[in-house]
Design a protein around this ligand. Structure first.
Ligand SMILES: Cc1cc2nc3c(=O)[nH]c(=O)nc-3n(C[C@H](O)[C@H](O)[C@H](O)COP(=O)(O)OP(=O)(O)OC[C@H]3O[C@@H](n4cnc5c(N)ncnc54)[C@H](O)[C@@H]3O)c2cc1C
Length: 482
């Protein structure tokens, strides 16, 4: 979930002059070998604590008072949400409403209702987050008791999908005080809800279940919390319902046939899917995918190719340890399988208005969207100078390196460096971790930065770049949930 700031104001740092892709990297097959930084990089910078990923927000989408949990639902008390009007003013919290003594300092302006609601949602979520799996189970139990038909949308093991759904509801709720950001995140979330099979009418019951679960698990739940959560839910639910209704005419999912499955190693595979009709995605976007071996367990995957005339999609999949879906994709997928493809989503892409040079950092299968973006830029009239760092533990992890290098050999605007943590003696790769290799290879403070890879890699790289003077607003990566 990364549309949120990584930190509250990274260090500005005395930015040395932009190094550009040629600094430390030669065009074509190159590694950044200078081992040091060009320019004035010795200045001590203030380290700002960085929270790489914001606490996942929770958001009940309830039409207050329209549903009450049934008697046998696992809610201790007062199952119906507080009857707060959807668009009306929020009751001021008691502390704000209390009269001030005459000699008190000038009263602070009351917090706007949306800001108060969003803040309370974030606070309460931080409290319950350590017990998110229990919360998800409770939420699902409530939801299924209120709307038994929703059970069929979930697989047998409900914790993980319930957790994802929960987070996808809380995220917009915690952002209701930032309408621009809220709007931007709603579209992909709503698409995912549609791919799951949810419809506009079900948001109400989702909200009731969410608030019921929060009431049970939040340590400091009181009337103010309830009001804040209901308000935040109401503010987020309206636009979601509208978006779902607006999108109802278009099919929520496409289908395609697996036409190729190549196992690169025990835990890596490349899968080609021919969709029945071209999927209108942009380079860098991801699709949520459902495979026949794991029904109703949707997972985001990023195509490794820019949109092609024949519509063929290429996915690079790594089986994660204990992973339900990725292991089946790598080990059991076969030509002829029918995959369901949710609508494209994601923020990873290049702002056409920017003229800045580009830094792309990809870990493992994160190379897929980066390759797609580079292929796409190769079609531009004026591509922007771009440096790609592709990292993995061992060279076999770098599944798209050959293709990136072929592009770089053809296009002087592209420089590529490979980084392998467990291959320190290789002549073709830089040693060390991806974030360390990136920051020691150049000054990126004047670049637009795109990150793709595991949550851990994104956190580490974003933190290193922020500390190194890259502005938060220049770093783009996709929200993720685990
Ligand atoms: C925007 C986006 C794009 C993605 N693109 C790709 C892609 O192109 N190729 C690809 O292989 N995967 C990609 N992923 C990851 C993929 O969606 C799944 O999360 C991953 O395959 C694990 O699913 P699973 O069902 O096997 O694991 P789960 O059963 O969901 O989880 C099992 C365990 O693995 C951990 N885990 C989950 N995901 C990861 C991860 N990414 N890295 C390390 N540990 C993890 C979980 O915390 C859990 O402990 C992408 C994810 C996002 C958010």
């Amino acid at each position: 979930m990364s549309a949120e700031p990584l930190s509250e104001g990274g260090p500005a740092g005395p930015g040395p002059t932009s190094a550009g892709p040629s600094q430390g990297l030669a065009p074509g097959r190159r590694g950044a070998r200078d081992g040091g930084r060009a320019g004035n990089r010795g200045t001590v910078r203030r380290l700002t604590p960085v929270r790489a990923v914001p606490p996942p927000p929770t958001t009940p989408i309830v039409a207050p008072g329209r549903h009450a949990a049934p008697d046998d639902a696992p809610v201790a008390t007062n199952p119906a949400p507080m009857p707060v009007p959807r668009q009306g003013p929020t009751p001021a919290p008691a502390a704000i409403a209390a009269p001030e003594p005459t000699n008190a300092p000038a009263p602070r302006a009351p917090e706007p209702p949306e800001a108060h609601a969003a803040r309370r949602v974030r606070q309460t979520w931080t409290e319950v987050e350590p017990r998110v799996d229990e919360l998800a189970d409770w939420f699902a139990a409530l939801l299924f008791s209120l709307a038994p038909e929703v059970r069929a949308l979930f697989p047998a093991r409900i914790t993980e999908p319930a957790r994802r759904l929960l987070r996808s509801l809380v995220l917009p709720m915690s952002t209701v005080d930032r309408p621009g950001e809220l709007r931007a995140m709603l579209e992909p979330l709503v698409r995912e809800h549609r791919a799951l099979g949810l419809c506009a009418e079900q948001y109400e019951v989702l909200g009731v279940a969410l608030i019921g679960a929060m009431r049970r698990f939040a340590g400091t739940w009181d009337e103010t919390s309830e009001h804040a959560w209901v308000r935040a839910f109401s503010l987020a639910a309206g636009p979601m319902e509208q978006a779902v209704r607006a999108a109802a005419a278009a099919p929520a999912v496409a289908e395609g046939t697996v036409v190729g499955h190549r196992r690169l190693s025990w835990d890596l595979a490349v899968v080609h899917v021919a969709p029945d009709a071209p999927v209108p995605h942009r380079a860098g976007q991801y699709l949520t995918v459902e495979i026949p071996q794991r029904p109703r367990m949707w997972r985001p995957l990023s195509p490794a190719t820019a949109p092609r005339p024949d519509g063929l999609l290429e996915f690079h999949v790594r089986a994660v340890e204990g992973g339900w879906v990725s292991r089946a994709m790598v080990a059991h997928t076969a030509p002829g399988d029918r995959w369901r493809l949710g609508p494209p989503a994601g923020r990873l892409g290049l702002d056409p208005r920017s003229t800045r040079e580009v830094l792309m950092v990809a870990g493992g299968t994160g190379g897929a969207p980066v390759l797609a973006l580079c292929e796409d830029m190769a079609r531009w009239v004026r591509p922007r100078p771009c440096t790609v760092f592709l990292g993995g533990r061992v060279p076999e992890d770098l599944t798209v390196l050959d293709r990136l290098e072929a592009l770089a050999a053809e296009h002087p605007w592209l420089a590529v460096a490979a980084v392998c943590e467990d291959d320190p003696l290789s002549e073709h790769t830089l040693p060390g971790t991806l974030p360390a290799a990136v920051v020691r290879s150049g000054d990126w403070s004047g670049h637009d930065v795109l990150l793709a890879g595991s949550p851990t890699m994104i956190r580490a790289t974003a933190s290193a770049l922020l500390v190194d003077g890259v502005g938060l607003d220049r770093i783009t990566y996709d929200p993720f949930t685990e």
